[in-house]
Design a protein around this ligand. Sequence first.
Ligand code: AVJ
Length: 344
Amino acid sequence: MPSTTFALDEPLISTLDAVANEARVGLSSAPKTLSPWLFYDEEGSHLFEQITELPEYYLTRTERSIFAAHAGEILREAALGQGPSGKLTLIELGAGTATKTGILLAEAVRQQGSVVYQPVDVSETALAEASENILANIPGVTVRSQVADYTREALPLNRLVETRTLALYIGSSIGNFMPEDAKDVLRNLRAQLLPGDALLLGTDLAPSGGAHANKTPATLLAAYNDAAGVTATFNLNVLTRLNRDLGSDFVLRNFHHRACWNPTQSRIEMHLESLIDQRVQIPTNSSGPAFTVDFAQGESIHTENSYKFTAAAVEALLASAGFKRTNSWQDPQHLFAVTLAAAI
Ligand code: AVJ
C-alpha cells in the first residue's frame, strides 16, 4: 500500500464522539465556538438544500450558471496535455447530492464518450442519492462513491491507468476553513494528485467595493440572513442537534441567529447570540464528565465562517498548496468564481 493511502481499516472516531468532543472543546473556549460540520445532520442537510433555493442565496444558482455557460471550455482546458488515449476521471470532495456536478459530467461524456466519477462525502445517504440521480439521468457515467471525511483522512483516490484526474471542490466549501486549514485541505488533495492533474475550485467573491459596486456587504448579509428565516433555523438547528445527540438542555427561543460581515478577515460570520443570562447543562458523555456552559446576555457562539475571496487571493491560496491557476470564470455580475488550476 503506498504511504499516501490512509489505512481504511483504522477505525474513525464515531460521529457521536466527535460531536461530544466538539461541544466540550468549543463551548468551554472563549469566545465560544462550534464547528460548521455540526450543521449537517439530516434536518440540517435538508435546511441547507432549502437555503440553496432562496432568492437571497445567490451562490448555488450562480455557480450552476457558470458551469452551464462554460462547461465545454472548462473540461477541454482541464484535459489539455493528456496523452492521446487518456480521459479525465472526475473526483469530487464533499459531493453531497452532486446536483450541480451533472452539468460537468454530461459535458465530459459529450467530449470523451464516457467518464468515471468518484464522489467523496461523509454522508452515505447523500452519496446514494447522488449516484441514483446521475445513473438515471446521464448515461455514460460510471459512479464509484466513497464515504470519507476528506478533512481528516487522505483521499481514497482510485487512479485508473491512462487517465488524468480532475478534482472538483465546488460550492464555496473551501470558504468554511480558516486560511491555514484551507491550505492544508488543498495540500492534502494535491498530495493525492500527479503533476498535470487538475483542480476546479468554486469560491464566493469578496464585495467589489466602490460607489457603484454590484456586490456589497449588504448582498452578503442578505444571503446569510434571509427574509424567510431559513438560515436562522439552519443555525439554531445545531442546538437541537446537541440536545438530541448529547442530551443537553439548550432552549432555542433563548438564542438568536446573527450574521455579520468581517471586512478585516473577508468573511461572513454566523453566531448564535444569547438573549438572556443563562446556564446550559451538558450531561456526561464519551468525551468526559458533565459540564455547564454559562452565557451572559449578548454573548454568542460563533458557529461558522464563510470566507469571500478576491481573484488574487484564490490564486495565492492555490499556489501555496502546489497548484497553478490556469483559467477562471465568473458570472456577469462577478458574484462567484470558478477557477481551474493544474497540479505542479
Ligand atoms: C456550504 C459552506 C458553502 O458558507 O455559504 C449557507 C453554508 N451557511 N448559509 C456557505 C451556509 C449559511 C455554505 N457552504
